[in-house]
Design a protein around this ligand. Structure first.
Ligand code: GLA
Length: 361
């Protein structure tokens, strides 16, 4: 039996910029999906999950259309299909999937599943793809599994993660530049308790609005727009201002300007809320509660429409800030938020043979 892990991610700043050829600053986190696989001879990819119901079984040759399935089987069929299209021999496996990335929290649980499964499938067939190609294949698997035209950030973060560093990614060139995270501050993730799913027509709508704005400006993508050009275009204005904030945030991180970094996070949230309109009243309330409780800055992370907030907090204050903000949100909304401090994790890959790591409970 061989086992492969792939991390979830939290995005520090740079949302809805990846599909506009822009910049993002995520980190792979110490919440991960592990796929353990044994080779079999019945021609199928069979998967069972410790957390998700149902057994999935699809032909290893990729002949099943993921759209014909429901639930998490769509991701399995999607990954099997995109790898078959790239030349993976139809080697069969029986796999166990176990994940500590919360689903529907905006932390890329599906990208972690896709990447870990893709590594197990490639290994079983003695096939391999360079990391960027693996990320692109898994992005395509997400497209065909869910119909959501996501960008490359989540899958690329899973395959390029660095322990103790955020990743400054140029989504035009796909160059990845690790930016070390300082010791004195913590990256706090708070799930609002409002579950979201990327099967949202609004994600596709926003992406289409960005493409229309670029076309109206005669540009290949909004990456090339100037602040003057988008002054009266709120969606495009978010993308242009967010790209600038990502670059400023990575510069602030490198020199330890934590106050400035926090301000950029909070400005990013205001832009996602007001210009891009992907926040919700509950997420706004959580951001305000975190700021009032002493976070240096806070913003929604990922696609929005619910999900999680990321906050930058002095390391010694993290638990206290989280507890006070969550108590206030519970009182104001009746929601059940949950929080954890995350560490930046290494890229997806095999678990060492005989590893002491156990399956997740
Ligand atoms: C989702 C998508 C990403 C990205 C974010 C928003 O996580 O999968 O590609 O677009 O939303 O930044």
């Amino acid at each position: 039996m061989r086992a492969f892990r792939a991390p979830g991610r939290v995005n520090l700043i740079g949302d809805h910029t990846d599909y506009n050829d822009g910049f993002v600053l995520p980190l792979a986190i110490d919440r991960e999906c592990v796929v353990r696989a044994d080779p079999t001879t019945d021609g199928n990819v069979v998967a069972r999950s410790k957390q998700l119901a149902g057994e999935v079984s699809v032909p290893a040759d990729g002949s099943v259309d993921p759209a014909a399935l429901t639930g998490w089987g769509r991701y399995v069929a999607g990954v099997v299909r995109v790898l078959a299209e790239r030349g993976r021999p139809a080697a069969a496996i029986e796999a166990t999937v176990s994940s500590t990335v919360p689903a529907g929290a905006g932390l890329s649980s599906s990208a972690a599943l896709e990447v870990a499964l893709a590594l197990a499938l490639c290994d079983a067939a003695s096939f391999s793809l360079p990391p960027v190609e693996l990320a692109r294949a898994c992005q395509e698997a997400e497209h065909i599994a869910t119909g959501v035209p996501c960008g490359i950030m989540d899958q690329l973060t899973a395959v390029t993660g660095h322990a103790d560093a955020a990743l400054l990614i140029d989504c035009r060139t796909l160059a990845v530049d690790p930016v070390p995270l300082p010791q004195g501050v913590a990256v706090l993730v708070v799930h609002s308790g409002v579950t979201r799913s990327l099967d949202e027509t609004r994600y596709a709508e926003r992406r289409a609005e960005c493409e229309e704005a670029a076309t109206a400006l005669g540009l290949a993508s909004l990456r090339d727009a100037s602040p003057d050009q988008v002054r009266a275009m709120p969606r495009a204005r978010h993308v242009v201002s967010e790209n600038a904030r990502v670059l400023a945030a990575s510069a602030a991180l490198r020199v330890g300007a934590h106050g400035m970094l926090g301000e950029l996070l909070s400005a990013g949230h205001a832009s996602l809320r007001d210009d891009f309109e992907v926040s919700t009243p509950e997420v706004d309330a959580l951001v305000t509660a975190l700021e009032d409780a002493g976070a240096l800055g806070a913003r929604l992370t990922g696609a929005g429409f619910g999900g999680s907030v990321v906050a930058l907090v002095g390391r010694r204050d993290a638990e206290d800030v989280a507890a006070r903000a969550m108590a206030r949100l519970r009182g104001e909304t009746g929601l059940k938020p949950s929080a954890f401090v995350c560490r930046a994790a290494a890229a997806a890959g095999p678990l060492p043979e005989g590893s002491e790591r156990r399956d997740h409970p």
